[in-house]
Design a protein around this ligand. Structure first.
Ligand code: SAM
Ligand code: SF4
Length: 330
């Protein structure tokens, strides 16, 4: 292994989230506008280019990769990519975040490719609301996808729900019941101001993790678990259950001090922080110096100098970040 990736604040980067496509078969209201334009093919990394960057990241000490998007399962060849990444020496965990709509077809192949864990997004159990939130998604496909993941043998699968007032905030109790019944973990996410959307006012819809916990506490006994996974989630549990209920609170809880992650965007920018624009153009490096692993590793180390100390998300100001989540490895 070459030298570890350590930033100016002494944080070691061991986790990378890779957006394998900016495209998606859903149009979630908080993530995309209705009329998205997607990147032309020449601008997005090929699977081989993703592999080169991932190989060098792992050579520099990255031990966990998450494939995400857009919807990773709409990228042709993603299962083969997963299979090759899983074999990188030094990689301890390969995960995927998916909307679940294609898991009936893909859960078995992903398991066979060596993917270790899945996160599946699920914001509503009401088919009409689910359709409104995703604009084009079908709830029954996602529920079948969750069953397929469990049948394929995936364990510790986690559901992710973005909670918004006036849209799905009253569903947090049914979502937890569903997760506990199925033996799944669940994390509730505060909506982040990424990209300009028009369908709701993010400030008005903002629902804090504390408000969600208060609502859940009217029905469930919640005990905090000291389960530091190095990520932004803080976890609670219902006594007697093994499943975790997590809260990702970018507004109300700043988790930047322990940040161990970077993101690789669809077009090959290494993004040093979700809430800032600091980035390194790795596509330029690999296209101008094909086959030069050392150049990639030098660029990775140089990028560490750009990692900002923290983000400054706020739910009552205009979005400071104009890019959408789908291209950034959310
Ligand atoms: N398509 C996959 C999915 O939905 O799980 C993977 C990509 S999606 C961008 C990854 C996660 O980001 C999802 O759980 C989604 O709910 C979340 N997300 C998207 N936009 C968000 C926003 N503005 N604020 C908070 N979470 C967001
Ligand atoms: Fe697609 Fe995921 Fe964004 Fe929804 S959150 S539009 S499923 S990328």
């Amino acid at each position: 292994m070459t030298a570890a990736l350590v930033d100016n604040f002494g944080r070691e980067v061991t986790y990378v989230r890779i957006s394998v496509t900016d495209r998606c078969d859903f149009r979630c209201v908080y993530c995309m506008s209705e009329d998205m334009t997607f990147l032309p093919k020449s601008e997005i990394l090929s699977l081989e280019e993703i592999e080169v960057i991932a190989r060098n990241l792992v050579a520099c000490g990255v031990s966990k990769i998450r494939l995400t998007g857009g919807e990773p399962l709409v990228r042709p060849g993603v299962v083969g990519l997963a299979e090759r990444l899983r074999q990188l020496p030094g990689l301890k965990e390969l995960c995927m975040t998916t909307n679940g709509g294609r898991l009936e077809e893909f859960a078995g192949p992903l398991k066979a490719a060596g993917v270790d864990r899945l996160n599946i997004s699920l914001d509503s159990l009401d088919p009409v609301k689910f359709r409104e939130l995703t604009r084009i998604g079908k709830l029954e496909r996602v529920l079948a996808g969750i069953d397929a993941a469990q049948a394929a043998g995936f364990e510790h699968t986690k559901l992710n729900a973005v909670v918004m007032k006036g849209r799905n905030a009253e569903e947090v109790v049914p979502l937890v019941r569903f997760a506990l019944d199925k033996g799944l973990d669940i994390s509730f996410i505060e909506e982040m101001p990424l990209g300009v959307i028009t369908e709701h006012d993010r400030a008005e819809a903002f629902c804090s993790s504390e408000e969600i916990r208060d609502e859940l506490s009217t029905v469930f006994d919640l005990e905090p678990i000291d389960d530091d996974t190095g990520g932004p989630s803080r976890y609670w549990r219902v006594p007697g259950s093994d499943n975790r209920i997590g809260f990702i609170s970018p507004h109300s809880h700043n988790f930047c001090g322990d940040c161990n992650r970077v993101r690789l965007t669809t077009e090959g920018r290494l993004l040093l922080c979700l809430g800032n624009e600091h980035s390194m153009d790795l596509r330029e490096v690999i296209r101008s110096r094909p086959g030069d692993d050392l150049a990639v590793q030098k660029a990775l180390h140089a990028a560490m100098q750009l990692k900002p100390e923290r983000h400054y998300f706020s739910h009552d100001t205009e979005p400071q970040i104009l890019r959408f989540m789908n291209a950034t490895g959310g």
